[in-house]
Design a protein. Structure first.
Length: 140
């Protein structure tokens, strides 16, 4: 609903796209929806994607472990997956490189991932940006 609030403040769709980190096309489509139907037109219609494939029996087994907490995330939630942030970081470091051989690309990716092992603050940032927290498990 942040988009609706910004549109009400007369913020241009291009600026909304920048602030919300979405494409300009998406912001323009949302602006058109908002203009025709107000904030209600931008309301979520529920999660998209496929449903959880774990059976209820499997979920019950997982729930039996006191040390394990299972969170069922929306079907498509890259913003909540720290691995997505890792790959975005690696891809950004490889931008504008002209690689002629697949083995060279593999070596560069491995090198970038290896470098991240020595940057715990950066790795912590990938988790922090998701809003998730890590709790140190207590021994039974």
């Amino acid at each position: 609903m942040r988009a609706a609030e910004l549109f009400e403040q007369r913020v241009k769709p291009s600026e909304v796209a920048r602030r919300l980190r979405v494409s300009r096309k998406s912001a323009c489509q949302r602006h058109e929806l908002w203009r025709d139907g107000g904030a209600q037109a931008l309301a979520s219609r529920g999660p998209g994607g496929s449903r959880c494939r774990l059976s209820s029996r499997c979920l019950e087994k997982l729930a039996a472990y006191d040390w394990l907490t299972v969170f069922l995330l929306p079907a498509y939630s890259p913003g909540l997956n720290p691995v997505e942030w890792v790959w975005a970081h690696v891809k950004r470091s490889l931008a504008n490189l002209a690689i002629m051989a697949l083995d060279r690309l593999e070596a560069l990716v491995r090198n970038r991932l290896k470098r991240l092992q020595y940057r715990p603050d950066t790795l912590d940032g990938f988790i922090a940006v998701t809003g998730l927290t890590l709790n140190t498990p207590t021994s039974p």
